[in-house]
Design a protein around this ligand. Structure first.
Ligand SMILES: Nc1nc2c(c(=O)[nH]1)N[C@H]1C(S)=C(S)[C@@H](COP(=O)(O)O)O[C@H]1N2
Ligand SMILES: [Mo]
Length: 443
């Protein structure tokens, strides 16, 4: 596209006078920042000061405010009550484990939720920090040589005027379960050490990406679209600036079932999950579902970004030297809604509960073993299984012998795939799908 058609990105500015809950989250975060308990990496200092003024906390700013005190080392995991730099919503330690700029949900906390995951329990994966975007001045720019005409802009009102679709779907990080490569298979991998809580299910509502692309004048030459977030540039640990988070999506998927979501569980998208609009790419790895969408390039040639070249491919002995193809669909998993090393009493009838899901189809069955795999019992399914979402399950269990034991759950999906005993190693620890050995103690 020509430079003359290029328009400035929409203004990103602090949200002032939002919903009461957002305002109180904001004040909470800002107080933490003032106390040196939160970092605002990737957010300009003057922007934080402006937020303080907008929140009426400016008078609390100490004279000659120094840079925030050195915060906890990035990546420090599991610190009770720790704040994740750049996440807006509260992260109570009984529901979240903070991992660097991210917050993992405690899988056992899903026992208090229904089929969908409320925002209060939904994990956050941020490469940098949640930006505050004013929905009234926001617009999505669609541009590129895969359009028949020039660039087009769509405001939120424009998107809301298009037919709305709703879909219940999980968002799951490709690295969910990554720490199990080490703890269960003794293998070294790089990346955020998630256990199993980098997943959540929501009811998403929005416009179809296919409608927007056609309204923008999709050319027959188009092959790839490149959605890009409005969050700050991502700079790796070694100081390389990779630019803004963006990952090419093949046109076939873009035209199939992708949503430009502006609602999550019936409310406007909250700041941490992409306000005002994110992509929702059903069943694909979480990185495809770009948050805080700013623009979409439509291209007549295939596109690359670090997120489909270096990242989100499988590298390792089991894969070709150039890595696997870029990751698309999620794998198959199941998990118990129990804390790690939970203590369960003998002689009591417990109800073991959990969830299972697959990126390839609906869940067909879940089998549970309470004796380290010697015998298996078919679990009861509590949802009608559907693709793109999880199925809740349960099994009663009355333990008799005190001592440590291992619980196993094994899902099978409608394509006939069953969780294997081990997952072939890949260096970045993606797509862990093996049966998880969940340690408990019977007392
Ligand atoms: N703009 C932007 N989009 C993003 C990310 C990000 O850091 N920036 N993280 C991605 C990753 S890796 C995941 S797993 C999901 C997480 O979505 P959630 O934070 O709403 O749970 O968002 C994806 N979209
Ligand atoms: Mo992710």
């Amino acid at each position: 596209m020509s430079a003359s058609r290029r328009k400035a990105n929409p203004v990103v500015r602090p949200l002032v006078g939002g919903a009461p809950s957002e305002a109180s989250y904001d004040r909470h975060r800002l107080r933490q920042w003032l106390a040196g308990e939160a970092r605002a990496d990737g957010v300009a200092r003057r922007d934080v000061l402006r937020l303080l003024a907008a929140a009426g906390l400016a008078s609390a700013v100490p004279a000659g405010l120094a840079a925030p005190r050195a915060a906890a080392v990035a990546g420090a995991a599991g610190v009770a009550g720790a704040a994740a730099p750049g996440i807006v919503k509260p992260l109570p330690p009984e529901r979240f484990t903070v991992r660097g700029t991210n917050a993992e949900a405690r899988f056992e906390s899903f026992a208090d939720t229904g089929h969908t995951t409320p925002v209060s329990h939904f994990f956050v994966r941020n490469h940098t920090a949640t930006p505050r975007i004013d929905a009234d001045t926001w617009a999505l720019r669609v541009w590129g040589d895969g359009l028949t005409g020039g660039a087009r802009e769509f405001t939120l009102a424009d998107l809301r005027r298009l037919p709305a679709v709703s879909r219940t779907a999980f968002v799951e990080c490709a690295g969910n379960g990554r720490s199990l490569f080490a703890t269960q298979q003794g293998q070294e991998v790089s990346g955020t050490a998630w256990t199993l809580g980098a997943v959540g299910v929501a009811r998403w509502r929005g416009a179809r990406l296919s409608h927007v692309l056609r309204a923008a004048g999709l050319s027959r030459r188009a092959v790839d679209v490149l959605p890009r977030g409005l969050d700050a540039d991502y700079v790796t640990a070694d100081g390389t600036n990779l630019g803004r988070v963006r990952r090419p999506l093949p046109l076939a998927k873009a035209l199939d079932d992708v949503i430009l979501a502006y609602e999550m569980n019936g409310d406007p998208l909250p700041p941490d999950h992409g306000h005002p609009v994110r992509l929702l790419v059903p069943s694909w790895v979480g990185i495809a579902s770009i948050k805080w969408l700013g623009d979409i390039e439509v291209s007549s040639t295939p596109l690359y970004s670090p997120w489909n070249t270096d990242f989100y491919r499988l590298y390792g002995d089991a894969y070709p030297p150039q890595g696997s193809a870029p990751l698309t669909r999620q794998t198959l998993k199941s998990a118990f809604e129990l804390p790690w090393n939970a203590r369960l009493s003998t002689g009591t009838r417990h109800r073991l509960t959990g969830r299972a899901w697959s990126g390839a189809g609906a869940v067909a069955r879940v089998d549970v073993s309470t004796d380290d795999g010697a015998t298996w019992h078919r679990a009861h399914l509590h949802d009608t299984p559907h693709r793109h979402t999880w199925t809740r399950w349960s099994l009663p269990w009355r333990p008799t012998t005190p001592g440590p034991t291992t619980l196993l759950s094994r899902a099978t999906d409608t394509t006939g795939r069953t969780q294997p005993r081990t997952t072939p190693h890949n260096t970045q620890g993606y797509l862990f799908d093996a049966v998880v050995r969940h340690a408990v103690t019977v007392v």
